[in-house]
Write a protein that binds this ligand. Structure first.
Ligand code: FES
Ligand SMILES: [Fe+2]
Length: 466
């Protein structure tokens, strides 16, 4: 096994190209990241009734997420314990039971084996059916509509895993009555690139917007988005914050919620701006002044480590499924607040398809670049090289009241550095007990700062940071 500590240098922002190509490292990622972390399974709005199910992946393990008769949600490997066939081929649907297509064993929605053809004639009634139920996902839990699963019995609770990130994602999940929902069918695209590349791109790469997306931004930006000007030579990088140090999770936020900048990519943003104006007071009451004014309605990129991202404003919600070191599948939905009028939800569906979907303007730009980065890594000499996310090193700080480590602006590569730091933490650890908790360290740091700043319990970003 290679020396993992040589692959990522969090102080200089260096990563070895090997982490994007090496098959042994990919296998270790499946074990130490995907079989250890909480992974997004479904949104509750997608499986509202008992018997409703979705088929998805945890790493490369295929799972069924099923609403139970008592309203709870459970998940099982989509794996028949007889000879190992897939028991369900459909992406989603409603079933009273699942029957394997190979020899006809059938399973209840709670995973119990309930039917075996020729049970008396061929098994002589000696098969203990209770020993052959579906294999359950070890832990399943929900947070404000989002359903997650975890294969590690020793892992933290979902609430602890999300940690301080909950304070940020509540801006989308819990601002309005009814919370959030996903709209439409799953849009699947396969990209020949390493799974970490699209995640670092969305987590922290504000740098590429004015270049990779210059064309798309020119035709699709109807409002100014702070920190995201278009053009090769005249990029305004002021405004917004990059926030990381949240145990792998991160936030990239333009912070101009009151201008409705999140809806700057809509051909006609007025219906969204009207909705924001009508509901701003409710958001402030629920979230407080800072989040209600600055975050709600702003363009925000949320990353839940390792493979979930959702972007209020652009209103897409996406999970990435790795398929070997050089390929991933991305599944995208449009997302809305339930309280939004139907006409606005329809506009959101259309804009999501126009920008970030199989034929989306922005997705095509990104796919080309990420595939090239991965393909080049197959070269023997190229694999010995390093790449860097070293922009704005040393500019990290904290702000009283805001969780996480912060660098000003959307163009700084801080979030990528913290993402690879988490990658190294998890890859080096034999178990959760060895994985550092940066939030605990920051809590101590913030306590000192807050005492100095006379912190009152309300978030108070420094002047000029917002
Ligand atoms: S493999 Fe499923 S019933 Fe035989
Ligand atoms: Fe992009």
């Amino acid at each position: 096994m290679m020396d993992l500590s040589q692959l990522v240098d969090t102080k200089t922002g260096r990563q070895s190209k090997k982490i994007f190509t090496d098959p042994d490292l990919y296998e270790l990622e499946m074990e130490r990241i995907y079989a250890r972390c909480w992974l997004f399974l479904a949104h509750e709005s997608q499986i509202p009734e008992p018997g409703d199910f979705m088929r998805t992946f945890m790493g490369e393990d295929e799972v069924l997420v099923i609403r139970q008769d008592d309203g709870s949600i459970n998940a099982f490997l989509n794996f028949c314990p007889h000879r190992g066939n897939r028991i369900c081929k459909a992406d989603k649907g409603h079933q009273r039971q699942f029957s394997c297509a190979y020899h006809g064993w059938s399973f209840a929605t709670n995973g119990d084996l309930i039917g075996v053809p020729l049970e008396t004639e061929a098994y002589y009634d000696k098969l203990n059916k209770q020993d052959f139920g579906l294999i359950p996902v070890t832990q399943v839990d929900t947070y404000k509509g989002l359903v997650f699963g975890c294969f590690d019995a020793d892992g933290p609770s979902l609430s602890d895993y999300l940690g301080d990130m909950k304070w940020y994602i509540d801006v989308w999940l819990d601002a309005m009555p009814g919370g959030s929902e996903l709209l439409g069918n799953t849009q699947k695209v396969t990209i020949d690139a390493n799974w970490k590349l699209p995640i670092e791109n969305v987590a922290g790469d504000g740098y590429h917007l004015g270049w990779a997306h210059a064309g798309a931004m020119t035709v699709s930006t109807s409002l100014g988005v702070s920190g995201l000007s278009v053009g090769n030579t005249d990029v305004d990088i002021s405004g917004g914050l990059s926030i990381a140090g949240l145990n792998g999770h991160s936030v990239l936020a333009s912070l101009d919620g009151e201008d409705g900048s999140g809806y700057g990519f809509y051909p006609d943003p007025q219906p969204a701006l009207d909705y924001l104006q009508q509901n701003r007071a409710t958001a402030i009451e629920k979230l407080g002044e800072f989040r209600g004014k600055n975050l709600w309605g702003s363009q925000i990129n949320f990353t839940i480590y390792p493979n979930l991202q959702f972007l209020p404003g652009l209103n897409w919600f996406r999970v990435y499924h790795p398929k070997g070191p050089g390929r991933y599948e991305q599944w995208t939905w449009a997302m809305a607040e339930k309280a939004m009028p139907e006409s606005l939800k329809q506009q959101i569906i259309e804009n999501q398809a126009r920008t970030f979907g199989p034929a989306g303007l922005f997705d095509n730009d990104d796919g080309d670049n990420l595939e090239a980065i991965t393909e080049l890594g197959r070269g023997w000499r190229t694999r010995q090289a390093d790449v860097y996310a070293n922009m704005a090193l040393g500019r990290e700080h904290t702000l009283p009241g805001l969780p996480g480590i912060i660098t000003d602006g959307l163009v700084c590569e801080q979030n990528q550095r913290w993402m690879y730091r988490r990658w190294l933490d998890l890859m080096q650890a034999d178990g959760w007990a060895e994985v550092p908790d940066y939030q605990a360290e920051q809590a101590e740091l913030r306590q000192c700062e807050q005492a100095e700043a006379g912190f009152t319990g309300q978030p108070q970003p420094e002047q000029g940071a917002a």
